[in-house]
Design a binder for this molecule. Structure first.
Ligand SMILES: [Zn+2]
Length: 219
């Protein structure tokens, strides 16, 4: 499947708007199992498009105003670039891990709102854990970037298909480049950069996407 048009802005999606972008969106919603169309999607924005898009937002686990059926950039970007199937490696077939920090769950959710985040919301999911706790590759892929940033501290970027997973605030990087398998240790939890205590900030973006192109981390 090819990518849809870049996000045209929230104001684009209003009653009576007619565009090939809207038919392409409808077809993709149907492919995602979110289409509520009785006669198939068309080029004019209707209430049914809005209901269908709301189903997509809920599928991304958005809620409240984030699931009102009017496309926003985050849900659109997640939608317009389909997630590429992972390369069929032995690890990918049986090795999908439960957490990027084994044994730990999310302690600060993705998209939580707050004034101390530069975009007004949390761009990833946090996993609080003691310094030195292992961080593992959530899927088989490749470490394509690694560095030290004022905000994210020591970080690694794991690319899987068309998406990047960012591991931030690390105390150690075990792997800084190249192929890894699901479950391989790639670093250790820390509090480098702008962090108040040891945790992994785990963020997902379309491959190569900059800060603010985040999507709900799933793997
Ligand atoms: Zn965070």
């Amino acid at each position: 499947m090819s990518a849809l048009a870049p996000f045209p802005g929230t104001a684009f999606f209003h009653k009576g708007q007619r565009s090939p972008v809207i038919s392409a969106m409808g077809k993709r919603l149907v492919a995602e199992g979110c289409g509520k169309y009785r006669e198939g999607p068309g080029p004019v924005w209707t209430e049914v498009d809005q209901q269908s898009y709301a189903a997509w937002q809920r599928k991304l686990k958005f809620a409240g105003a984030d699931a009102n059926g009017i496309p926003g950039k985050t849900s659109w970007d997640r939608f317009r670039v389909p997630k590429a199937p992972a390369a069929p490696t032995p690890a990918a077939s049986g090795g999908r891990v439960a957490s990027p920090v084994p044994g730990k769950g999310v302690t600060t959710a993705y998209r939580k709102k707050g004034p101390h985040w530069s975009l007004g919301y949390h761009t990833g999911a946090d996993y609080a854990a003691p310094k030195g706790a292992p961080c593992v590759a959530v899927r088989s892929g490749s470490i394509v970037r690694s560095g030290n940033d004022g905000s994210f501290g020591l970080f690694l970027v794991l690319r899987v298909g068309g998406f990047d997973f960012w591991y931030c605030h690390l105390s150690e990087r075990t792997v800084t480049r190249g192929s890894v398998k699901a479950g391989d240790k790639i670093g250790e939890v820390g509090s480098t950069g702008n962090a108040t205590g040891p945790h992994l900030h785990f963020e997902e973006r379309p491959a190569g996407g900059g800060f603010g192109s985040d999507v709900n981390p799933t793997w």
